[in-house]
Design a protein around this ligand. Sequence first.
Ligand SMILES: [Zn+2]
Ligand SMILES: [Zn+2]
Length: 74
Amino acid sequence: MRGSSPRQSYLKRRRKSRPYVCHCCNREMPFCWTCRCGFEICQECMQENFWGMSCNGITWQCPDCGALNGFGNQ
Ligand SMILES: [Zn+2]
Ligand SMILES: [Zn+2]
């Protein structure tokens, strides 16, 4: 049964309407904090892990790549 698979001729470029997927709880979220490496974490998980991810309340550290990201800076 080969040859009947639909071709994906266009790329998924709908960034704006694409839902975020939290890398912590794996749920789709309307908003996630994102890192440049692609890591995404939802508000809920961020709050749960706040003590481990932010030491000053101004920036949070990506657990994946270790980069510092600012709150409200995206
Ligand atoms: Zn989450
Ligand atoms: Zn990162």
